[in-house]
Write a protein that binds this ligand. Structure first.
Ligand code: SAH
Ligand code: SF4
Ligand code: F3S
Length: 462
């Protein structure tokens, strides 16, 4: 039976708002987000609901009466980082026993982690997973009105697609995450995501198009469609892109992530023919050896993967292609790894995210025998970076002397004189000669220098 959490969410939001209204001053909240853009999008929804209940945003956790940690579980490092920050909350609670501490997200969607936090982190007041953010007002209500700690494992059923019309508080006005689907059905052998995010659920195209239209009308210039595998969007991803592309305005549409087994030539043609869809394709390859791809349950071969890359470049010579690669999957031999290097050389990625394999509790790969010493894995990792860095640098250097149109993201963190922006092809550029008024707007920049990760340039005009 479909439970109507959206309706109960509204009732609980009203109830919390009434409690907050009776407080001497509006309490502040702080959300710490780990992991991918999907988690950032979830945090924006949590923030939207929290503000609708009367809380104000705190600049840092020190001043907050409500702190939420939205966690990630994709690799051990992500979990360690989250656990160590959650550990710091102990001192916050000791200094102020009234502060409410919540933990949610992919890490706590795993029963063993929920149990661990229950036992070893007694100052955490409430815990929930990922599957139904609209339960959050109820959870917060219970945390505020009882002295008991509350735990909401992701075992409730009947929840389909999250409710449409709950408030969202976006981080930026000119750049937005737009989830089009949730969950993953692929069960790649190494990956925890299908276990912590549940089965695929797609939003209705009308709801997505309406949200995108509203974003563009209110000045948003960069929309990233989100899903673990946008290509298996239930109502057709290529046709969704075609509909979105019809929205009039000066903006860019991006998407993440695409699974190569479902990336079609129709999709590539759609992008090539579109006006607004960025010429950037993030297409995780994971490995370049057919034996490893099979063991990973990726369901494509290196030949199929590389022929997709070739097709993209044939259709859009200016396209930027990026990828994710895992080094040291159980059983990866030197020969398998050489195949990965060879595929990387063939594909000529603009950039990659590479990771050393991290076993995840409950995944099939965690049960495989893994005899490769860690030093061998780190050495392979370094060799992969060396090959890719040379490619990235050479590709970036080809842009020196050209003019690129950027969406300006603001002053750089290290030098207020330098501004950062991103091109249609997702290239990050640091440039001089700009000013604060450019943030969130388009600017033309001449590229004057290039290295592995970034381009440098000077402002030419708007
Ligand atoms: N849905 C996306 C990826 C989500 S996770 C996709 O299918 O492409 C992001 C990246 O983390 C993956 O592409 C993979 O390269 C990496 N990753 C996932 N699980 C991992 C693990 N157990 N160890 C190391 N890297 C992992
Ligand atoms: Fe994980 Fe594979 Fe799903 Fe991506 S497609 S989230 S790597 S299981
Ligand atoms: Fe991490 Fe969950 Fe994203 S595991 S990478 S936050 S889907």
């Amino acid at each position: 039976m479909q439970k109507n959490y959206a309706e109960s969410a509204r009732r609980y939001m009203d109830a919390v708002a009434a409690i907050v209204a009776s407080m001497p001053r509006r309490p502040a909240y702080y959300i710490e987000t780990f992991g991918c853009q999907q988690n950032e999008a979830d945090s924006e929804r949590l923030a939207g609901m929290t503000e609708a209940m009367g809380f104000v945003r705190a600049a840092d956790p020190d001043g907050a009466s409500l702190i939420i940690y939205n966690t990630c579980a994709v690799r051990e490092h992500a979990e360690k980082k989250a656990l160590s920050l959650i550990g710091e909350a102990k001192h916050r609670k000791a200094a102020n026993p009234d502060v409410l501490i919540g933990v949610c997200g992919c890490m706590t969607a795993q029963p063993h982690r929920m149990e661990e936090i229950k036992r070893h982190y007694p100052y955490v007041d409430f815990l929930f997973g990922t599957k139904a953010p609209e339960r959050y007002p109820e959870i917060l209500y219970n945390a505020l009105t009882s002295n008991k700690r509350t735990f909401y494992p992701d075992d409730y059923d009947g929840v389909d697609v999250p409710a449409e019309d709950l408030p969202v508080k976006r981080e930026m006005t000119w750049k937005a995450w737009l989830p089009i689907m949730y969950g993953c059905n692929n069960f790649c052998a190494y990956c925890i995501v299908p276990y912590v995010r549940g089965r695929e659920r797609s939003r209705q195209p009308e709801a997505i198009i309406a949200e995108a239209r509203e974003l563009v009308e209110t000045g948003c210039k960069d929309i990233t469609l989100l899903g673990q595998n946008v290509n298996s969007y239930e109502y057709g991803f290529a046709s969704l892109l075609r509909e979105l592309d019809k929205i009039p305005g000066d903006y860019v549409i991006r998407f993440m992530t695409s699974h190569p087994k479902d990336a079609t030539r129709e999709l590539i043609d759609t992008i090539a023919e579109s006006e607004h869809i960025a010429h950037h394709f993030h297409l995780p390859m994971q490995a370049g050896s057919n034996a490893i791809l099979k063991a990973m349950n990726r369901r494509y071969t290196r030949e199929q993967y590389l022929s997709l890359v070739d097709y993209m470049r044939e259709k859009m010579p200016d396209i930027a292609i990026s990828s994710d690669i895992i080094v040291g999957f159980p059983g990866e031999t030197e020969e398998d790894f050489e195949d990965t290097l060879d595929a990387v050389r063939h594909a000529q990625f603009d950039f990659i995210y590479s990771f050393i394999y991290s076993p995840r509790v409950g995944t099939p790969a965690a049960k495989l025998e893994d005899t490769t010493p860690h030093e061998v894995k780190t050495e392979r990792f370094a060799r992969l970076l060396e090959v890719q860095n040379a490619i990235s640098r050479a590709k970036n250097q080809r842009l020196v002397g050209q003019r690129l149109r950027l969406l300006v993201e603001g002053p750089s963190k290290t030098n207020p004189e330098v501004f950062s922006g991103r091109s249609f092809h997702a290239k990050l550029v640091h440039f001089t000669g700009g000013d604060e008024s450019l943030t969130g707007k388009y600017a033309w920049v001449e590229i004057t220098g290039a290295d592995v990760y970034t381009l440098t340039g000077k402002f030419v005009g708007v």
